[in-house]
Design a protein around this ligand. Sequence first.
Ligand code: SF4
Length: 443
Amino acid sequence: MTSAPSADQPRISFVSLGCPKALVDSERIITQLRAEGYEVTRSHAGADAVIVNTCGFLDSAKAESLDAIGAAMKENGKVIVTGCMGAEPEQIRERFPNILAITGPQAYESVMGAVRGAVPSNHDPFIDLVPEQGIKLTPRHYAYLKISEGCNNRCTFCIIPKLRGDLVSRPAGDVLREAEKLVAAGVKELLVISQDTSAYGLDLKYAESAFHDRSVRARFYDLSKELGSLGAWIRLHYVYPYPHVDEVLPLMADGLVLPYLDIPFQHASPQVLKAMKRPGNQEKTLERIRKWREICPDLAIRSTFIVGFPGETDEDFDMLLDWLGEAKLDRVGAFKYEPVTGAVANDLGLPQVPDEVKEIRYRRFMEKQQAISAKILGNKVGKRLKVIIDQPGPTVSKGRAKSDAPEIDGSVYVSSRRPLRAGDIVSVKIERADAYDLHGILA
Ligand code: SF4
């Protein structure tokens, strides 16, 4: 996110770490910086201050955040820290006592207060124009749309509710107005994110809010349906298998919402799921998945799992592998359990799984899933798929099918004689598949 430097505008260097949710926070801060007349730059040297938006989810992410703060202190010295790690300021102050300010996640106003205090701006509303849809850190043809913040669940391995608090949903009208502006500005794909997308609106008691000439309820189904009428690809992330999720499958079958669900199942053994305190009815998920596929045969499911959770036995792990074989998910990520500081799972009194066992289970899990994913990809050879172009190339462009989200899933490499542009949605005949990606020609 760099703009042309100008002599009299103060410059702020920005580092954005962490998940898509943190990226949305970064976009909001950058939009505000630009609105108040600050230049945003990538280079710490020569900047008037640095903002580091940190991630504190895993200890490895904390280490990366501390490294980024260290680099900013060394190269610049005027550093403001925000984001998830800002919720635990002691750790940062201990290592970097001269930090200018530390604020927690979503503390846009406090971050701006710290910036204004450190570097006053020469704000001129006539030259400091910000595009109406805000500043996006993602390529222009796709954008993340955050519908709520925080989480009412208390999964025992997760400290997000401690960091970000309970669920706070945005009114449906607000979300839809933002989505509409993004689409009007050229965004072709909206990625709906939150901590728990299917819980959307619970805190608002599903209140209605105005959007154009009608009222829209703050409900997962209603919002998905309205988003689906905007003419962009709508992709749902972080959905839990609550019963009402079944309602959106017809929207997928009708082409209003992408036939894609990102559901972090995390495990399959009832005993482990119970110890994790996972939300949703996770026990009959195989049956649910079967029904979803009956309604929408093209449905792609992506998920994440944790192996080596405290107390996970060989039987639990075998159950997980069997479940994986039955569920046949399209894309899967796995993590080896990390005892995040502050997580309840550390105090459950369950035995830790030794690192070498975690490693073996992780490898077995990935091998099993790779074979499943490869088979699913192989079945796509010979089909025609709609593909959105992310990176155009002279003869081969890189894009994604409806089954693939940016950054986390696979790609489709498209050979074409005519030039393609980012955001083009084209029809592609798939010619071959490798372990993660598809290759085809413009149909
Ligand atoms: S649903 Fe569970 S894992 Fe996800 S943010 Fe909430 S507590 Fe954390």
